[in-house]
Design a protein around this ligand. Structure first.
Ligand SMILES: Nc1ncnc2c1ncn2[C@@H]1O[C@H](COP(=O)(O)OP(=O)(O)O)[C@@H](O)[C@H]1O
Ligand SMILES: [Mg+2]
Length: 235
């Protein structure tokens, strides 16, 4: 079977600055990966590069056997890569419902299924983007990616800056999404233990390079190694 995503020798950055320096990564349908590392090591840049939002300097990116680098960002979304960016921006003048109907593609995930997962969004469905709390915005950002029915979901620090009760709710939902209907998931998370507990595999970046790759359970069990890799700000 063809791998879903195959990245080899990836170098990318912004303008003249090269941030990612030789990244290899392969994912199959249903895989889940915790993408870890301290601040500024290139986690967001890697996700943004998968979406075509950075300057590609070298390496290959294959998606279901096709050359991903030839596709524009919106074509990558249509091809099945769903991105929940760290900034979780909303359209201030669109309602929750409109955010979802604007991007929906046929498949398992429709507004009704998303509302089952996030009952708060159903309560808020007629509210505008700028009337939502931070937690509700993050739920909507995830919901918006889900109704695209992606084969790969990219979550960039989905729990960042949210109240503990919302973090718990998002944790429950992300666990539920992982392994469901064959969707692959990459989750970037500062709280390394939390991300390791919900994923099968882990990859740690440092200064744009992969410095560790293993099963999540193995890294979770090796406290000294985990602390050495992600200590600052890690949980
Ligand atoms: N839009 C940008 N333009 C130029 N440099 C950037 C941009 N975004 C991030 N960088 C730089 O790229 C490096 C990696 O950043 P980032 O991928 O955001 O790290 P992480 O998500 O791991 O915290 C940092 O040195 C950061 O300053
Ligand atoms: Mg980041």
């Amino acid at each position: 079977m063809t791998e879903l995503l195959c990245v080899q020798g990836l170098c990318a950055g912004y303008g003249d600055a090269v941030v990612l320096d030789g990244i290899d990564l392969a994912l199959d349908a249903g895989d889940s990966l915790a993408l870890l590392g301290r601040n500024g090591v290139g986690k967001t840049t890697l996700l943004a590069t998968l979406m075509g939002m950075t300057r590609l300097r070298g390496g290959t990116l294959r998606w279901q056997g096709r050359d991903l680098a030839r596709l524009a960002p919106h074509q990558r979304a249509q091809a099945g890569i769903g991105w929940v960016p760290q900034e979780r921006w909303m359209f201030p003048s669109l309602t929750v419902e409109e955010h979802l109907s604007a991007v929906a593609r046929p498949g398992h995930w429709n507004a009704a299924r998303v509302y089952e997962v996030f009952p708060r969004l159903q309560e808020r469905r007629r509210n505008l983007g700028n009337q939502l709390s931070g937690g509700e915005q993050q739920m909507l950002a995830i919901a918006r990616a889900l109704v695209l029915n992606p084969a790969l979901l990219l979550l960039d620090e989905p729990m960042e800056g949210l109240a503990p009760i919302i973090v718990q709710e998002l944790q429950r939902v992300i666990r539920q999404l992982i392994g469901q209907s064959g969707m692959a998931v990459i989750v970037v998370e500062q709280h390394a233990r939390l991300a390791l507990a919900m994923t099968q595999r882990a990859m740690v970046l440092d200064r744009g390079k992969v410095v560790h790759a293993s099963d999540s359970a193995a890294l979770l069990a090796d406290k000294a190694r985990l602390d050495a890799l992600v200590s600052v700000g890690g949980a």
